[in-house]
Write a protein that binds this ligand. Sequence first.
Ligand code: FES
Ligand SMILES: [Fe+2]
Length: 472
Amino acid sequence: MQAPAYRYRDNPDAIRALVRPREVHRDVYIDDEVFRLEMEHLFANTWIYAGHASQAPNPGDFITCEIGGQPLLISRHTDGEIYVNYNRCAHKGTRIAGEPCGNAGKMFRCPYHGWAYRTDGSLLSVPLRKGYDGTGFEDTAMVRGLAPVKNFRVYRDFIFVKLNDGGPDFEAFFGDSLSTIDNMVDRSPEGRLILEGAPLRYMHRCNWKMLVENQTDTCHPMVAHESSAGTAVKVWKETGRNDRHPAIELLAPFTSTYKFYEEFGIRVWPNGHGHTGVTDSIHADYSEIPGYWEMMVDAYGEERAKAILGDIRHNTVYFPNIMVKGPIQTLRVFLPLAADRTLVESWTFRLAGAPDQLFARTLLYNRTINAPTSIVGHDDLEMYERIQTGLRADGHEWVNVQRLYDEDEEPDATVVVNGTSERQMRNQFNAWVRFMTQDMTGDMTGDMTGDVDPAAAALNPAPAAGAERPVA
Ligand code: FES
Ligand SMILES: [Fe+2]
């Protein structure tokens, strides 16, 4: 039967019914309307990573991005501060900056009729301005210049924006999860990261959430990566060499056992954030880089340096769509383009003041694991695209996320669980429902500082027996 149009718009109950405690409906991955609502609600109601301040170190520098379908312009002004505006001329709507990054000099000049804006977005000049005399121009919003994004935050140089008002403030949204960013920054003897080089861009013909879920899916590496990482390790062993090849050192942990992953733990935080690798990690056993330890001891003292470098978290998901690896200094952004299209950007950071060799390892990791030319990333891509087509099959309408489910588990708790649990996936979908629906229900006002009503935050209970489809 043909599905009716607009089943989910303005229908928070239908959205809630897509997520059950142990399973999610396939429409969250394949339905075009759900995707459009994610852009309008989820990506506007949450704090979304937009870029890194080190990409715009000098006045006039800018970067552009798109969040929830909204083109944004991030710039460094002459006062040294970062500003975030909508990338749209106040006149007739022309996109002001067309490039991913650059330097605008003293002003942004619209390429259509030449309206000019200061690098904070305020209106500088309008050609032949006298034509607006007596027209009420001074009373319009245009006279202020580019429309600013009010809610943005630069946290240790990471720029996050929230397009909608209401909802949790920055600290409430991220809470203790910011410790992963802190740890990555603290790994620099100068306490500063420099995002360096262009990202590796990799198009995936699948839904963006599959990539986010995969970041804490620890039951796939020994299966999906057996043919790549497993073969690389086998071939290296056959050479009979005993030294540690830098690439093999990065690849070998992908062949770790179930026991390893079970024991290394997953920590979940409120609002959909979480990380793998609590007590151990695939990044725990890398070779020492000469001179780095001494630099860290000089900068922080021995005890603190040990604590920083001893925190070897694996993948930290910042809900909804980025993943950070502190010990290897990479950040992956999963950019949703359509229900079945996701652009993955994998970025690399240089630790300011640290030896070049560390950054060389970061680049090697990115090329070996995340690049379109890597051997590991292809394994995952193949799985995602098979899921995207497999989900069309009518045999099952629900996707299972119940590994190590406990019916007493509290939504939005901070807790450490078995490393093969799918608890973090359930955590993400719990947040997904809340941030998808909170402004549909008019619940964006008042105190949303993270003190979430457990009843409202709880995953929607399963519909009554026989109610198979989420929407009638
Ligand atoms: S559209 Fe930008 S100046 Fe006219
Ligand atoms: Fe993988």
